[in-house]
Write a protein that binds this ligand. Structure first.
Ligand SMILES: [Zn+2]
Length: 515
């Protein structure tokens, strides 16, 4: 059977030619006009010059969960004011959030004017300012197209708009219209009775999940200045929630200050080497209050020697570690996404043309740590992982990536996953040993640490993350050091996938902080 495009929706096969229901005979244009009519009429939609929205809600993470494929968890709450121009691609987003997972406030103001934007992050008095990441801008502006009034206006202008087979949402049949814009296909599902948009879906790429349904559900339609607007919004990735919000206010054609959409000259003149790729991945990273800045940027691969035959391939935030064995290599971590890890794999092949990467050992399943693993799978590396993550990596290996084909999609290579448990998995060539210890923590149940007894090196992710040889005191450090003590290893240096290296003593000292 063909892959189902949208997991939460059952697509109906095309209806037979004879006995078409009336609704099926309607053209896409009629349906778009009916949607506009339901919202207050095309003329009323066209008369909206700007919209001010106040909203509040929650964000969720379905990837960086403790258990691989475990339940989605709430990570933040937020409220925002959004001012959008419907006549030009301009907006101002004033965001106030609280990331409960990291115990941090999230405050930023984005202003976008065309293809350049400005961001102010942190408390306005002491905020960091700069040019808005072009990928974040592209993603935001693509979301603008899904703002209900914009969506219907855009659909009404699109030559590519056409009708698809009706589809069921929650057991109810919906007419569906589709159009393409800037490389994305927007599928709009209309309520069969009211003709209001029920949801809009985009087929997106995700490094781990592959071809993904990135869906926005509209609900709670209410009248705002003579036009119906959805006051409930829910974003989902492959059926799992990313963001739920309830609008508090929608107002149209407000008198805006002349400086509302002004991007300062300092931001306009700031150079960038980022390709503007729209991706839900960026918004998920923003929701997590973690980095995304390398997305769309040419990767830098820097080789740093840790010991004889042990190298760290440093990126900006994440690294891969390569251990040279007699006739093969062991790689630890395939982070982020294809665009980061494929160049790492290429660089490894150039340096060791006669030694294949036989094993890839991910530290844990979180999206930024495992997102590039398919590049190693495509190179023929066997994934070594605890039993708890076996199902997860089989899914990653099988996920179709037709939207943005990656190296595994192109190579169509069969992937071997070697799961283990009941103690460490030891990889050896008779001389060097690479010992992989399962070390479940509250951060990740499938966490492993990698120990090189010959070099007394311990490789870890997300718990120690040393900076300039120092370890910041945090509850996770204490949990990690306690778990490490139980393994009773003779550790000289702790090497972080994030940051640099530190001694075990430095990590131990950070547990004395009383936190
Ligand atoms: Zn993690």
């Amino acid at each position: 059977m063909k892959r189902i495009w949208i997991t939460s929706i059952v697509m109906l096969f095309a209806l037979p030619q004879i006995g078409l229901p009336d609704a099926r005979a309607q053209s896409a244009k009629t349906l778009v006009d009916q949607a506009a009519g339901a919202m207050g009429g095309m003329a009323a939609l066209r008369a909206i010059k700007n919209q001010v929205i106040e909203s509040e809600g929650k964000q969720f993470d379905s990837s960086s969960t403790p258990r691989p494929l475990g339940p989605t968890r709430e990570i933040s709450t937020f409220r925002y004011t959004l001012t959008r121009d419907l006549t030009q691609p301009r907006l101002k987003l004033d965001w106030n959030g609280r990331n409960s997972a990291r115990n941090e406030n999230v405050r930023f103001i984005e202003v976008i004017d065309g293809n350049v934007g400005h961001i102010q992050e942190g408390d306005p008095k002491t905020a960091k300012q700069g040019r808005l990441h072009p990928g974040r801008l592209a993603t935001r502006m693509r979301e603008e197209k899904r703002a209900a009034a914009n969506l219907i206006l855009l659909a009404s202008k699109q030559k590519s708009v056409h009708r698809l087979a009706d589809a069921e949402v929650n057991g109810v049949k919906h007419p569906v219209v589709s159009f393409k814009d800037s490389g994305d296909e927007f599928r709009i599902y209309l309520d069969a009775k009211t003709r209001l948009p029920a949801l809009v879906d985009i087929l997106e790429d995700d490094p781990l999940e592959g071809d993904s349904s990135y869906l926005l559900r509209y609900g709670d339609w209410r009248k705002a200045d003579g036009v119906l607007a959805p006051f409930s919004l829910r974003y989902e990735l492959n059926g799992k929630p990313l963001q739920e919000e309830q609008l508090k206010l929608v107002s149209h054609n407000a008198a805006l200050g002349a400086d509302t959409f002004v991007v300062p000259e300092s931001a306009r003149s700031q150079k960038t080497d980022v390709t503007p790729i729209a991706s839900q991945w960026i918004l998920r990273r923003v929701a997590g209050n973690v980095g995304y800045q390398d997305f769309g940027r040419p990767p830098s691969v820097e080789w740093n020697r840790l010991a004889d035959g042990v190298h760290k391939l440093q990126g900006v935030g994440h690294a891969t570690i390569v251990v040279e064995m007699r006739d093969h290599l062991v790689a630890i971590e395939g982070p982020l996404y294809e665009e980061r890890t494929a160049p790492v794999v290429k660089s490894i092949k150039e340096r060791y043309p006669n030694k294949p990467v036989r094993y890839i050992v991910p530290t844990h399943h979180h999206l930024d740590h495992a997102g590039g693993i398919r590049a190693f799978m495509a190179a023929g590396a066997t994934v070594v992982t605890p039993f708890s993550a076996q199902g997860f990596y089989s899914r990653v290996a099988r996920a179709p990536h037709t939207r943005r084909p990656d190296s595994l999609e192109k190579s169509r290579r069969a992937v071997t996953i070697e799961a283990f448990g009941g103690g460490p998995r030891v990889l050896t060539d008779g001389t060097r040993r690479v010992e992989i210890y399962p070390m479940p923590t509250s951060h990740a149940e499938d966490l492993v640490v990698i120990y090189l007894p010959g070099e007394k090196i311990l490789i870890e992710a997300d718990h120690i993350s040393p900076r300039n040889g120092e370890v910041r005191s945090a509850p996770l450090v204490k949990e990690f050091v306690n778990a490490l003590d139980r393994l009773n290893l003779d550790v000289g240096t702790i090497v972080g996938i994030h940051g640099d290296s530190a001694t075990l003593q430095a990590a131990r000292a950070a547990t004395q902080g009383g936190k």
